[in-house]
Design a protein around this ligand. Structure first.
Ligand code: AMP
Ligand code: MG
Length: 413
């Protein structure tokens, strides 16, 4: 493998997606609390009107608005109180007729005949059952109409939505207590490098701490994936092949970080080729950072392999662009939201490669877009990535951006 032929990022995803049926996440049915934070797998419609009855938004008296005329502080209207609606019950025979009114608590059903509710604050009871009302009411005032919140047949939540609290609330309101959601991928992260030690060990001469196991596992968890394990393995052919093969048994995705280029000890491409029965699908992508990237798919176990560059910023960016975006495509999630901003500096992109530029955002002047200042990072650095709010992309055939150009910034999760 000589890294002379590289795929674009979308070609890389397309080659993997060709195995779509095998890598498509399963769907499971679960209760709403468990479903929160997961990706909905089917459109959900309401079979009911919400609210199902006309509902008062205040504690007050249900009235016919025309009976109040121009009632005010000095000129109250006088009505007779003929009944009371009890919360959680059908008002039944209770109706409001000319010159009369009925007490309704907040959330209670507004009885037939009434078209508005006047808040108790504007009402004064006297003589047992008479009411002085010191305010007029418009038709519909303080009343939520049947189906005003949700109409029967309305789409409540679309497939591909990561269920937020308000979404599970809407489903609960419509009586949908079980929903189909995608089963998250199970991910094993294997980091390789003779120079790597875990964060709780002091590195010896020429050693550094393992970063990628942590960034990739954390990014996976943020997407809702199940991190099966992270393992740190020496640049040892047998040990690596064994780790890759073992991971096939209980993982949908096996991430191998490091060793993806052409150095003396780089054997990730060869090993992915052995572990995945597809062989190596992609070795090398037209991206900066992120060129040395490997993919493969093992049909027998249904496992997707991705070999990431060792440089931490490149590893995380490639994971985002290839694996996370593939998951989002397969689960029909909408395009990620971006923030438009003005780039503060003229920048060149890498010719023929999709270039990802880290930026930090600051608020713009009133009416102006936010400013995006490039965060410059040399290969292998991690802190600039941590300092950045996100990144923007320059396409393969774009030469760069000029100071003042508008760019679309993807914010970090
Ligand atoms: P490699 O792809 O193995 O040639 O690694 C490229 C660079 O990334 C080297 O400087 C490695 O030390 C560094 N590197 C590789 N893996 C990791 C890791 N898990 N955490 C931090 N740095 C790494
Ligand atoms: Mg290495």
């Amino acid at each position: 493998m000589n890294l002379l032929h590289v795929d674009t990022i979308s070609e890389t995803r397309k080659k993997l997606a060709a195995y779509c049926e095998r890598i498509a996440p399963a769907i499971e049915i679960c209760g709403l609390i468990e479903a929160a934070g997961r990706v909905l797998a089917a459109d959900c419609y309401s079979a009911e009107n919400i609210p199902p009855y006309r509902r008062s938004t205040v504690d007050g008296y249900a009235v016919r608005s025309k009976d109040l005329g121009a009632a005010g502080d000095m000129t109250p209207s006088i009505l007779r109180v003929t009944g009371e609606v009890v919360l959680g019950t059908d008002p039944g025979d209770v109706t409001v007729t000319a010159g009369n009114c009925v007490y309704v608590p907040t959330g209670g059903a507004v009885p037939d005949g009434a078209d508005a509710v006047v808040m108790v604050e504007y009402c004064e009871l006297f003589g047992g059952s008479m009411l002085a009302v010191s305010k007029s009411a418009a038709p519909g005032e303080n009343v939520v109409q049947v189906g005003e919140d949700v109409r029967m047949g309305d789409l409540l939540v679309r497939r591909g939505r990561t269920l937020r609290p308000q979404d599970v609330g809407a489903l609960a309101a419509a009586g949908i207590s079980m929903v189909p959601v995608y089963t998250p991928w199970r991910v094993t992260v294997i980091s390789t490098g003779d120079e790597l030690v875990p964060p709780d060990e002091a590195p010896g001469p020429g050693q550094i701490r393992d970063i990628n196991s942590y960034t990739v596992a954390a990014r996976s968890a943020a997407e809702g994936f199940q991190v099966v394990r992270t393992v740190l393995v020496r640049d040892d052919r047998e040990a690596l092949l064994q780790a890759l093969t073992a991971a096939k048994a209980d993982s949908d995705v096996v991430v191998l970080s490091g060793g993806s280029s052409q150095g003396k000890k780089d054997m990730s491409a060869e090993l992915v080729g052995l572990a995945a029965d597809s062989g190596v699908l992609t070795h090398g992508i037209a991206a900066k950072p992120g060129k040395p990237t490997i993919t493969g798919f093992d049909g027998e176990s249904g496992t997707l392999f991705i070999g990431l560059p060792g440089h931490p910023a490149a590893a995380l960016m490639v994971y985002e662009q290839v694996l996370i975006r593939l998951w989002r495509d397969l689960t029909e999630q909408p395009e990620e939201r971006t923030v438009r901003a003005r780039i503060t500096t003229t920048l060149q992109s890498a010719a023929g490669r999709r270039t990802f530029q880290l930026v930090k955002l600051t608020d713009g002047e009133a009416g102006e877009l936010p400013a995006a200042a490039p965060v410059l990072a040399r290969s292998g650095m991690i802190a600039p990535m941590s300092a950045a709010d996100g990144y923007f992309e320059m396409s393969e055939n774009q030469e760069g951006v000029k100071a003042g150009d508008t760019v679309c910034v993807h914010l970090w999760k």
